[in-house]
Design a protein around this ligand. Structure first.
Ligand code: HEM
Length: 467
């Protein structure tokens, strides 16, 4: 069924605080967000130590110690913050143009295209260029497409370890790697990442503009910002997963909702097609920032089908001896707490008509007086000091990809059953029964399939250069 659906159902039955496992409490209120994520006395739960890539080898995602986290976050953040994005934008734009070019090919015959694999290839190619300047070219060739499958398998495996830490302690998860060919899919991908690191380290640090060039001076220095080669590997495995299957989920969801909500589609197409004069103009800057309906459509897709729908777990610091209180409840030591992202984003106290795709809510139209409370509860990227470091990159990739797609094409959902891919179904379990909702599957990030779409090139633009 999916953990986020189970938690949402439990909140429906039992209210805003539920027990989810022997030592896990999940909350569904803005007050709890404040008490858990904006609290210096709470830290990332030690549960995440179960998903380290090797003993004592932390990534920015698994590290618990606050000081060590700040160091890692500063290093990684250089590539992912607004400034990093400005430097890196030409590479992102080039990959999105390849995506548009790929769409142009099958669309000549108006064949349905499953957007999930295409978007996974796009976001994976971008994240690999960002990390090591290496062109995987999964958008154009088969050779490295197994990396994308390896990431999905790896996410399943890591999620299993987070859900059932006992399996890890009993070393049962290692045996479970043989179920569903997880090991077979995961190992070649890990080997590629190792090889990429080796080749990149053999080059001059300034040979490429990538994350490696930004952290190279700190590798194995032994100084306060030291990063070991083994940590570089853990960071890379995490960044590939974080960047490779989250933004793809967001863009797939957005295409799904646009293909089923014609008034949103028309309004957004009009905004994009009247804001720019050519495809080349679609890039970060004032014109893109002025596309308010675009941002509202993206935020509404993130709300309806969050790309990381699970629960970011936290716990009271070991060193803290004052009672840890969340939303009026004293939390026993050893209990981990969190707010489930999917549940709060569908809490009707904060988001009226929570299962209706309504970008207008973010522009306050029809939802006057609700804007502040919606923003307070809007946590698709988590909250506090561990908030997603790739948020700027996700918005940039999603904004430009959707804008360029609408610039070059019109699109529809595929006819018949094919068009249902990715949607909920009345025959499915309760919580997955809504046909208008794009389904995500919680695996720390999320996995997804569909939508199947048919693209029609906008005829008068056929002359426009794409790449
Ligand atoms: C729609 C796209 C994305 C969503 C919804 C998303 C969501 C999240 C969430 C919920 C967390 C925090 C988990 C926690 O609090 O424990 C997180 C952390 C992180 N994300 Fe993302 N993410 C997205 C895209 C990206 C991208 C494109 C990158 C970079 C390539 C990235 C890099 C990171 C990093 C480095 C962290 C760890 C931050 C830290 O612990 O300091 N994310 N993301």
């Amino acid at each position: 069924m999916g953990e986020h659906i189970a938690i949402w159902r439990n909140h429906q039955s039992y209210g805003p605080v539920i027990r989810h496992g022997p030592n896990r409490l999940v909350f569904n209120t803005i007050e709890a967000l404040q008490d858990i994520y904006h609290n210096e006395r709470a830290s990332k739960a030690s549960l995440y130590l179960n998903i380290m890539q090797a003993p004592n080898v932390h990534s920015v995602f698994t590290v618990i110690d606050k000081r060590q986290h700040r160091v890692k976050r500063r290093l990684i953040g250089q590539a992912l913050n607004e400034r990093g994005m400005r430097l890196f934008e030409p590479i992102i734009l080039q990959q999105i143009d390849i995506f548009i070019q790929q769409l142009s090919q099958p669309s000549a015959g108006s064949k349905p295209i499953n957007m999930s694999p295409m978007l996974r290839y796009l976001t994976l190619d971008i994240v690999c260029l960002l990390s090591f300047g290496f062109p995987l070219r999964t958008q154009e060739k088969d050779e490295y497409r197994f990396v994308s499958e390896g990431i999905v398998a790896g996410n399943y495996f890591q999620n299993m370890k987070l859900q059932c830490p006992l399996l890890t302690q009993l070393r049962i998860t290692e045996a479970l790697q043989f179920v569903g060919n997880i090991r077979e899919k995961r190992e070649p991908y890990r080997a590629v990442v190792k090889k990429l690191i080796g080749s990149r380290m053999a080059e001059n640090k300034d040979a490429k503009l990538d994350l490696y060039s930004m952290v190279a001076d700190q590798i194995n220095t032994g100084g306060p910002e030291n990063i070991q080669t083994s940590e570089l590997w853990a960071e890379a495995i995490f960044i590939f997963a974080a960047g490779g299957d989250t933004t793809s989920s967001l863009i797939a969801a957005l295409l799904f909702y646009l293909s089923r909500n014609s008034h949103c589609y028309n309004k957004l197409a009009h905004e994009i097609r009247t804001s720019f004069n050519s495809s080349d103009e679609i890039r970060s800057g004032q014109k893109l920032a002025n596309c308010q309906y675009l941002r509202a459509c993206i935020d509404e897709a993130l709300r309806m089908s969050p790309a990381a729908p699970g629960t970011p777990w936290r716990e009271q610091l070991d060193t803290d001896d004052v009672p840890f209180v969340v939303n009026g409840h004293v939390i026993p030591r050893g209990t981990i707490v969190g707010v489930n992202v999917y549940s709060i984003l569908h809490n009707e106290k904060y988001f009226p008509e929570p299962f209706v795709y309504k970008p207008e809510r973010w522009l306050s139209e029809g939802f006057e007086g609700k804007l502040k409370i919606m923003h307070d509860a809007f946590i698709p990227f988590s909250a506090g000091s561990r908030i997603c470091a790739g948020k700027a990159m996700a918005y940039l990739e999603a904004s430009v990809t959707i804008s360029k797609t609408l610039w070059h094409f019109d699109f529809d959902k595929a006819p018949g059953n094919l068009g249902d891919l990715g949607a909920g179904s009345r025959k499915a379990t309760y919580g997955r029964h809504r046909e208008g909702e794009f389904q995500v599957y919680d695996v720390i990030s999320s996995t997804h399939d569909g939508p199947n779409l048919i693209f029609h090139p906008r005829v008068h633009l056929l002359w426009e250069r794409v790449v």
